[in-house]
Design a protein around this ligand. Structure first.
Ligand code: MG
Length: 379
């Protein structure tokens, strides 16, 4: 069996209503997905996280390394892709191209061997995961605080037990928003905050101090991802756990976060940091320091299911008779592609999502939906 075709697609969906976070405005979802096909007609699907058109160009760069190769040998293929891009992009978007292909190779391998990806990764430590809703972005509404409280209540009504909201607007506005959302949620729903590295260390410490009383599950990307030592210093100033890693790449980058004791929670993005192959190595590195891993997920059902299998396979550290449930990030902002592209639809029951038992990632990709959202005309 040999890889015969690698096809990358850029999908675009214009949003009905744009939304903001601390860095920029979203008015479009633009996503790169990849299909890897073998000479006997089996295919696997992957996705890259980041600027879709650049990821697609990166996939085109590495495609010649893949054609004619055995797709089951994904570690040797991973190394060839890494070696080819190392001189130009030791971190960043080309590793998202590698990630997309790597996820597709795992999906393909699962379909060939008729096993779920998590089983092929070594087994399922758990069969269900707790989704947390990612939402509560900023808008131009003149009643934003009330809107955020209403949105939070809506997630609870849908059955979510944990919710992540954006901060990074300004310290005063953040405190007002968190106060209103916590009040709307009551005390039993977990609440995380994410500033997308909006703050200096001094500001982040001030915000953390002002939010100490609101039972915050974690403070995500409080400061710039470049400042590993500031992460560590912030941890010493607050009891709120500190999370980060969605802007980090490959095991070499994550080692920086770990060696500097920067985070309580390491947030690897499987579709950017090197795929499932590299994410498993990063989880192993994290395990040597007892640091929790909760992946960052922001994309379609492909990215979501890759994370679901990865989390199912995560070693429980520490082990105990009744280990805690693990979270999966479930983006609830507007995204027509995410809702339509994959089947079956993602289902939450009693606050949990089941890990699929069918081969590969356990999803079908609707190719008519690929054609509908593709930025190029496909035959
Ligand atoms: Mg984030």
């Amino acid at each position: 069996m040999k890889i015969s075709k690698v096809e990358a697609f850029v999908l675009s969906d214009k949003l009905q209503e744009s939304f903001f976070f601390s860095q920029w405005e979203y008015s479009e979802r633009r996503i790169c997905i990849v299909k890897v096909t073998t000479d006997d007609g089996i295919c696997g699907w992957g996705e890259g996280y980041g600027p879709a058109d650049v990821i697609k160009a990166g996939i085109e760069l590495i495609t010649p390394l893949l054609i004619g190769k055995n797709p089951i040998e994904q570690e040797t293929l991973w190394f060839e892709m890494y070696r080819k891009t190392l001189d130009y992009a030791r971190r960043g978007v080309l590793s998202a191209s590698i990630s997309a292909v790597d996820v597709a190779l795992w999906d393909l391998k699962g379909k060939v061997l008729q096993q779920p990806v998590s089983v092929l990764m070594g087994g399922q430590h758990r069969q269900k995961v707790v989704p947390y809703a990612t939402g509560l972005y900023f808008s131009k509404s003149n009643k934003l605080t009330q809107d955020l409280a209403d949105e939070a209540k809506n997630y609870v009504a849908q059955g979510f037990k944990a919710i992540k909201m954006k901060v990074g607007f300004s310290i005063a506005a953040d405190v007002e928003h968190v106060q209103a959302v916590r009040e709307a949620l009551g005390k039993d729903i977990k609440l995380m905050i994410d500033s997308n590295h909006a703050y200096s260390l001094r500001e982040a410490a001030e915000l953390a101090r002002k939010l100490e009383g609101y039972d915050i599950e974690w403070f995500e990307e409080p400061v710039s991802p470049e400042f590993y030592h500031q992460y560590r210093e912030l941890r010493s100033k607050t009891s709120i756990p500190i999370a980060g890693g969605e802007c980090e790449y490959l095991r070499y980058g994550f080692q920086q976060l770990l060696q500097n004791d920067s985070v309580d929670i390491l947030q690897v993005d499987i579709c950017a940091a090197g795929g499932l192959t590299e994410a498993k190595r990063i989880a192993t590195l994290a395990s040597t320091r007892g640091v929790e891993v909760i992946p960052h997920v922001w994309g379609t059902g492909i990215a979501f299911h890759a994370a679901l299998h990865f989390i199912a396979n995560l070693e429980p550290i520490p082990g105990r008779l009744y280990p805690p449930d693990l979270y999966i990030e479930y983006d609830r902002t507007e995204n027509g592609i995410r809702e339509a592209l994959t089947a079956p639809a993602i289902q939450m029951q009693d606050g949990y999502i089941d890990v699929p038992h069918s081969p590969g990632l356990g999803i079908e990709i609707k190719e008519d939906v690929v054609r509908h959202y593709a930025t190029e005309i496909l035959i």
